[in-house]
Design a protein around this ligand. Structure first.
Ligand SMILES: Nc1ncnc2c1ncn2[C@@H]1O[C@H](COP(=O)(O)OP(=O)(O)OP(=O)(O)O)[C@@H](O)[C@H]1O
Length: 309
């Protein structure tokens, strides 16, 4: 049985098409990432799968149960960590955990083993009110609460948003360690580099899934040779490359400009000369391996037929 499956999910908010015929399958024990910028539709999809929102059309099943007809059974078997910290700020760490455990008819002691690696990092602060915890500690508490009833499927909506880099890494380590318990995890993020920490990912843009693959598989499918180009003036490089008749894609990437050409084979020196003949000096050019972000840029440039939100 597939732990998470969705077929042709459509979600509209008035005129905004938040999800446009989205289909997805996540296998048992996978750490699966929904990757996309703000507004891509990640939260809407997670809420529909987590039985918190009704789709306009399409079907979805969690552990073989229909998200509309069997939502009560599903809720007993899933954990959900919303994007916004939503625990009780006035309750202590321990009280929050006991509260969530009691809702599911369990206790902290009963499921201590599952959450101990995460909880032990905040246990010294168990008498502290949740509202007084640091961002990283809040995140660990929220994850502990989402796991307290031993869910089969765990949904996390942008758990690393606005969290410091060390806590972000901690969270991913915790998610990796949950794999040994065979929990299926669907996590969303807008940070492209986090895609590499997932078993498989779906890249999302404007309510559509553009591609689903392992990070390596996605990168291996990048269609064209990719070049990184720079000179003292990135703005000029971008402008001149965009005017270049053979340019396929041109976008800034840190200090560099990433470029693909319409032709299958090219001589990079030809591009260098073109730029130098168009008042761009000190041009450096090198062929590079595509990253997940490059794959995303290439796919979004093809996904132009959307209704702007
Ligand atoms: N309750 C709502 N009413 C109207 N529009 C909404 C509502 N919720 C989401 N939207 C719109 O639907 C689209 C998808 O939003 P969604 O929150 O699902 O995306 P997201 O990828 O999770 O982005 P974010 O990180 O900003 O939450 C966006 O254009 C958003 O503005």
């Amino acid at each position: 049985m597939t732990p998470i499956s969705a077929e042709n999910i459509v979600m509209n908010y008035g005129k905004v098409k938040a999800l446009d015929a989205v289909s997805l399958k996540v296998e048992k024990g996978e750490l699966f990432g929904l990757i996309g910028p703000d507004g891509a539709g990640k939260t809407s999809l997670i809420k529909i799968l987590g039985t918190l929102l009704l789709a306009n059309s399409g079907t979805a099943e969690i552990e073989g149960m229909d998200v509309v007809k069997q939502y009560q059974n599903i809720r007993r078997q899933i954990g959900y960590m919303p994007g916004k910290f939503s625990l009780y700020q006035d309750l202590t760490v321990e009280e929050n955990l006991n509260f969530y455990a009691s809702i599911f008819g369990t206790t902290l002691e009963e499921n201590y083993d599952l959450i101990k690696d995460i909880y032990k990092q905040i246990e010294p602060f168990k008498k502290r009110r949740a509202g007084k915890l640091s961002g990283g500690m809040k995140q660990k508490l929220a994850l502990s609460c989402a796991l307290i009833h031993k869910p089969k499927v765990l949904f996390l909506d942008e758990p690393t948003r606005g969290v410091d880099p060390v806590s972000r890494q901690d969270l991913w380590d915790m998610l990796q360690s949950l794999k040994k318990d065979n929990i299926t995890i669907l996590v969303s993020t807008a940070y492209m580099e986090e895609a590499l920490l997932c078993d498989r990912i779906s890249l999302m843009d404007h309510g559509k899934i553009l591609a689903t693959n392992s990070p390596d598989g996605l990168i291996a499918n990048f269609e064209k040779p990719l070049y990184a180009i720079r000179s003292g003036n990135s703005f000029k490089v971008i402008k001149k490359l965009k005017d270049y008749e053979h340019a396929n894609s041109v976008y800034p990437f840190g200090d560099w400009v990433h470029y693909t050409d319409k032709r299958d084979t090219i001589d990079p020196l030809e591009i260098k000369s073109y730029l130098e003949n168009n008042d761009t000096t000190n041009v450096e050019i090198k062929q590079i391996k595509a990253s997940v972000e490059d794959c995303y840029m290439s796919l979004t440039s093809k996904n132009q037929n959307y209704e702007p939100a």
